[in-house]
Design a protein around this ligand. Sequence first.
Ligand code: GCU
Length: 341
Amino acid sequence: MGRRGFLKSLPVLGAGTALLGGCASQEGAVTGVDRVLSISLGQAESHPSYGSLVSFGERLAEATDGRYGARVYANNSLGDQQETVQLVSDGAIDMAVISGTQIENSSPRFLPMNVPGVFDDIDHQNRVMLDQSIVGELFASLEPQMRLTVLGGYSQGGRHLYTAQGPIESVEDMAGLKIRVQESEIFLRLINDIGGVPTPMAYSEVYTGLQAGVLDGAENNEISYVTQRHYEVAGHFTLTNHLIGFDFLLASTDLLEEMDEQDSEALREAWAETQSEFVEIWKQETEKATQDMLDRGVVITQPEPEVFAPIIEEAGLSILEHPDDLALYDAIRAASEEGDA
Ligand code: GCU
C-alpha cells in the first residue's frame, strides 16, 4: 500500500494501534477516544510545539467527552511540510503545522505575514493572529479550492543566521556563503541581499547539509537550532533577528464540516487555549535554548544594527507589490500601534 493509502486508514484506527512504527503506549497520542486526529509536525519531540500539540489533544478529548483526540507525528514522519499540505488537503491526514513560507507557496496572500519588520515582537504577532478582523478572511481563503482551514498557529520567534565559520559581522563576511533557506521567495531575496548564496532545502535535511559542507550556514530561531542539534555542525550564531516567523496549524475543512457543530466548536476552543498558552512557553523555552547554546560553547554575536537591518527591511518591503498585500501589511502594522498606545 502506498503512503497515501496507508494514511487514509489512519483516522479510523485507535491511538493504541501500532502505526508507522508506533506502539500501544506511544507518546503523542490521547488513548481511549473514538476518533484520533493525526497531526503532522516537522519538529523533534524536544521542541515545545510537540508538547503543546499533545496537550491540545488532551483538551480536545476532554471537551468532546472522548469523541475526538489527537496523535502528533513528530520529525516530519508523515512527510515534509510541502507534502503534508497536500495530504491535509486530500483529507489523508487531519492537521499539519506548516511554516508561513510553505503556505505562501500555496497562496501568495499569506506573503505579508512572512515579511521582515511586519511584526514588532511575538506579542504583536499573537494579537494579530487572534484578530478575526485582520486574519478571518485570510484563514478561510484556502477552503474553497484546497479544503484547508487555518486554525491559527505558533510563533517561530525571531530568526537568526548561523554558520560553521564565523563570526559574521559584515556583508563581506557573507560573500559566497551557502545559506540554507526555506523554499520561499522572501528568503531567497533576503539572503541574497545580505551577501550570501541562498540554498533552498527541506528542514529535515539541514543537519546533514551542514555536516557534509554542502551548506555553510542556515537561519532559524534559537529553539530550532538547539532541538535540531545544529550547534554541532554550525557553532557561530549571529543575532540578525531578520524576521519573526509563524507556523500555521492547518486542518482539513472536510473534517471540520463532518464534525457536529458542538465538537468543531470545542476543537476551535481547545486550539485557542493552546495557542494562547504557547506564547509564554515560547518565551521561556527561548531563554532556556539561549542558555543551552552558551553552555555548549556556541559563539553568539550581535552585528552592529546598521550592517544588516536596513538591507533586511528593504528586502521585505520591496517584495510587497499587490494592493491586497499592502493592505494586509498596513492592517498588521496598525495593530502594533494600537498595542503600543
Ligand atoms: C522553524 C519552523 C518550522 C520550519 C523551520 C525551517 O523551525 O518552526 O516550521 O520548517 O523553521 O526553517 O524550515
